[in-house]
Design a protein around this ligand. Structure first.
Ligand SMILES: [Zn+2]
Length: 209
């Protein structure tokens, strides 16, 4: 048996390895059973080398990359490239929801500070609370690092705004300057898809909270 997706009969027809790969692909975000089947048959027809290369890339990803011990962005060592760079302004922390938001902001080339990646946002209806993201870790950093300003760059949607509100309330007693990205980013959208021009003006025009 390979789980819920296929009956015993169907697994027999598909063969166990095919049914298994379909099952694995189906677990990925945004991949339904149809796409999972299509990808599986693509891999079956692909040269051995292509399949091996994909498998090796997955293993390398899990063996060589983890999250930065300081800001939780992706890193190959203990700390990420941003945290280890002597050129970055240690007084500035930009708080984002996901690692891809860091990539989007880096693409603008205008931000020279550090980051803090929450790995999610506060959304009680989805069971995401303060303790499910790197929220208190940010407060610890503000207490122990020479931080002067925290830029709240959570997404311009309901959950992003709520997260920014909670962060602001928790950060206020720590005596640090708190700013929020300027309006102008497409409302309801995700930071990671904002174009670099819009994103850099949102950063430059950030407002005091
Ligand atoms: Zn880092």
């Amino acid at each position: 048996m390979v789980g819920s997706m296929h009956t015993a009969n169907e697994t027999q027809i598909l063969t166990e390895p095919v049914a298994r790969l379909i099952e694995e692909f189906s677990r990925l975000p945004g991949i339904g059973p149809k796409t999972a089947s299509r990808l599986t048959f693509f891999m079956l027809r692909a040269p051995d080398e292509a399949a091996r290369s994909l498998a090796e890339a997955l293993i390398a990803l899990k063996q060589q990359v983890h999250f930065c011990a300081r800001c939780y962005f992706i890193a190959q060592g203990e700390l990420c490239v941003v945290c280890t760079s002597p050129a970055r302004d240690q007084r500035l922390i930009c708080v984002v929801e996901e690692p891809l938001d860091v990539v989007a902001i880096e693409r603008t080339g205008v931000f020279r500070g550090l980051y803090h990646v929450l790995h999610g946002r506060i959304a009680p209806l989805e069971g995401m609370n303060r303790e499910d993201i790197y929220f208190d870790e940010l407060l610890d950093r503000v207490r122990t690092e020479p931080v002067e300003e925290v830029i709240l760059a959570t997404n311009p949607n309901l959950e992003g705004e709520a997260t920014a509100f909670h962060l602001q309330r928790a950060l206020a007693p720590l005596g640090v300057r708190i700013t929020r990205l300027a309006r102008g980013l497409p409302t309801g959208g995700d930071l990671e898809w904002a174009d670099p021009g819009t994103l850099s003006s949102a950063l430059e025009g950030r407002r005091e909270l």
